[in-house]
Design a binder for this molecule. Sequence first.
Ligand code: DOR
Length: 445
Amino acid sequence: MKTLIQGATCVFPGETRQADVLVDGTAIVAIDPPSGTSADECVDATGLHLIPGVVDDQVHFRDPGLTEKEDLRTASHACAKGGVTTFLEMPNTIPNAIDQQRIDEKLALAAEKSVVNYGFYIGATGKNTQCLREANRVAGIKIFIGSSTGDLLVDEQLALEEIFEQTTLPICAHCEDETTFRRNKIRLEHRGRGITWRDHSEIRDHMAAVIATARAIELAKYYRHRFHVLHVSTADELPLIADHGGLITAEVCPHHLLFNVDDYERLGSLIQMNPSIKTAADNAALWKGLLDGIVQVIATDHAPHTLAEKDQPYPKSPSGLPAVENSLALMLDRVNKGLCSLEQVVAWMCDAPARVWDIVNKGRIVEGYDADLVLVDLNRKDTILNENQLTKSRWSPWHGTHLKGWPVRTWAMGQTVFQDGKVNVSAHGTEVTYDHSRGGYWATM
Ligand code: DOR
């Protein structure tokens, strides 16, 4: 099947201009093909922007084991609607994805259910270093240095040293210091007036994030091991992350950019997240960290729980919120507000994550690259509503938010997966290919 996308303003590496893009099968085969080039479908994209598909490198899709919250089918539909053409999913499913057999099982599930492209991380347990060393078909290794949803946790120094010393795949980590937040919780409980979700950001406080991020970066430096800091939440982590000569990359999530402790009153446990949301000053510093290039990636940490679970009293209410179907629109709205450029959004959400994880042929509109593409209407206005969400959890912390700038059509490997407000539920996504000899983000600058 050949598709000719005509007249869109295309965001290419280093250049944004109006062009025609020819897709043949799964690949982009020509930019500005000769006039008269025939195709099975010609798409008049005048007035729209064409960008590479979003690569979301941190999602929790709950399949297998917690499919009442989400599964690979519903999550991938939400991705297609949101312009996310590739996701990399975390290992805290049930069972945990901690060996090759579990990874292969998840890849098989995704091949059956996902309409967009997929990849998975292998989780560290502190006892599976051999599995981490031998793993293949994975994006990298995930370490929960602080515990979150599920039971994955590695916070003993010797176990962490072993992983950084004896493995070669790139590592990413959830950085919140277990000792710090457990101690904070005990301290607040002893006040004698109980704890609520308002206290979540005091329990998982700034120090918890800073201590764990500093600790992980020290390990990465000592063992010269590539390391990606997931969901940075504080201003104070930024100086720790900067300037490590290519060893360290980092990401922020929309909720840490857009929500702060003042929003607990309005949103309660809906914005209970790990790492916790912090202050308005942190929001501003994280945004500046992106603009300054200290942070390279925006990812969602899409972590759906049912509203019934969220309604439980703290701390029974689980941490996490869904985001894949709105993350791109939230950033396009910022483009319209003049806070950043569309090129920066493409760098943070498409190009950089593909390079951090050595993903082959994704994240850019280039001849020969995969035809993972999103048509964006920067003038389209719409409101996020719980009732319209495709995530199985059927809610969004941004319910009621008006945004200008939305994805209107999405292709994954040349197949239309979202168009005219509908997901192509019969599409099949493709497993991501990695080339870990590429050396990551900084090696390909
Ligand atoms: O709040 C969170 N929830 N943070 C994480 O890192 C994990 C996630 C989940 O899986 O629910």
